[in-house]
Design a protein around this ligand. Structure first.
Ligand SMILES: [Zn+2]
Length: 340
């Protein structure tokens, strides 16, 4: 292997594990290491030690020296602005207010570091695995919350002036509860998209529906907690249970409403849906169909078909394809793009 060959690393720092990849100059995967404990709860210094160890192990496994690593991309499970994390849910308190990006770069003797949040990294990962795709890409990922990221044509994440862009979960959607109220969101506002389409929203919905007299005899009432009920809802939906189907269908359609607005603003060309919520239901195709139903209800026809070439779809919808290392791969690609 040429001693002057350049490599770029991607470090995906999660709440519990770190995933590390190395790519070469042409963007091919040179090595990967998954599932190293992240130690994020012990503070950033402990995590830096883990990251360095992972990097050293990976470079020695593929037989290159560490100074051949010319740039690093890293993503953190928190919002950040210009290398500084400004809020933390999954990290120890000392991560906040510190320039993590610059400190890590200094620790590695000045190797340049690109840092972003996990939503952008996931979107970059989806971009990286679609080697033939060069247009834009909007990722939305319903899970505990609703994550998102936008990759511009050419492959850079759009992060906004201050790194605060793409809070897709907190755009408002034109939908109300049967009582006429707007649901309260984890951010403190009401009527946010996340308050309809997340796992938390799913649990709330299950609670509301099962409390109705006509659903008193539903078998889901046998489960003791709301978590358990929401979990079992997936199997009921797969089996065609009408209550379970209607709950998922409503969620998916409202996600489609939100996407209609996001597509009107960004015109990404490709919308990728990821996240754990629908992935594990085992009916991704059905869920996607319902998302499209909602999208078509609110999107102008030009966002479905080209006004000039009617054969051409202007917005395509796909499922996330990236595996475990996709976010790490995404930030490694960004590092290559920026520092290569
Ligand atoms: Zn919100």
């Amino acid at each position: 292997m040429a001693e002057n060959a350049k490599y770029f690393a991607g470090l995906d720092i999660g709440g519990t594990t770190v995933k590390t990849v190395l790519i070469d100059e042409s963007g091919d995967l040179a090595g990967e290491m998954v599932e190293v404990r992240s130690h994020v709860k012990d503070g950033y210094v402990a995590t830096f030690g883990q990251l360095e160890l992972a990097l050293d192990q990976l470079t020695s496994t593929i037989g290159i020296s560490r100074d051949q690593v010319r740039g690093i991309g890293m993503d953190v499970p928190a919002p950040s602005s210009d290398g500084v994390i400004w809020a933390q849910a999954n990290l120890a308190a000392d991560w906040v207010g510190t320039n993590i990006r610059d400190l890590f770069s200094r620790r590695l003797e000045g190797v340049p570091v690109y840092m972003t949040n996990d939503g952008n990294a996931a979107a970059l990962g989806e971009y990286a695995v679609r080697k033939k795709h060069h247009g834009g890409l909007l990722l939305v990922a319903p899970g505990t919350g609703l994550g998102g990221g936008l990759v511009l044509p050419g492959g850079r994440a759009y992060e906004g002036q201050n790194g605060l862009a793409l809070e897709v979960g907190h755009v408002s959607v034109p939908h109300r509860e049967e009582t006429g109220e707007l649901p309260r969101c984890s951010c403190g506002l009401t009527g946010c998209l996340e308050a309809w389409v997340s796992l938390v929203a799913l649990r709330r919905r299950v609670g509301v529906e099962l409390a109705k007299p006509e659903n008193a005899g539903h078998l889901l009432n046998d489960a003791s907690t709301l978590e358990e009920k929401a979990f079992r809802l997936r199997d009921f939906a797969k089996a065609g249970d009408s209550l379970a189907v209607s709950i998922f269908r409503q969620q998916a359609r409202i996600l489609g409403y939100g996407l209609a607005d996001l597509v009107r603003v960004f015109d990404p060309g490709l919308v990728v849906i990821g996240g754990g919520l629908a992935e594990t239901t085992g009916f991704r195709d059905q869920y996607l169909e319902w998302v499209m139903e909602g999208f078509k209800e609110r999107a102008w026809p030009v966002y479905l078909r080209s006004p000039i070439e009617p054969e051409k779809e202007t917005t395509q919808f796909e499922w996330a394809t990236g595996g475990d290392s996709s976010a790490a791969l995404g930030v490694a690609f960004s590092a290559r793009e920026m520092f290569g």
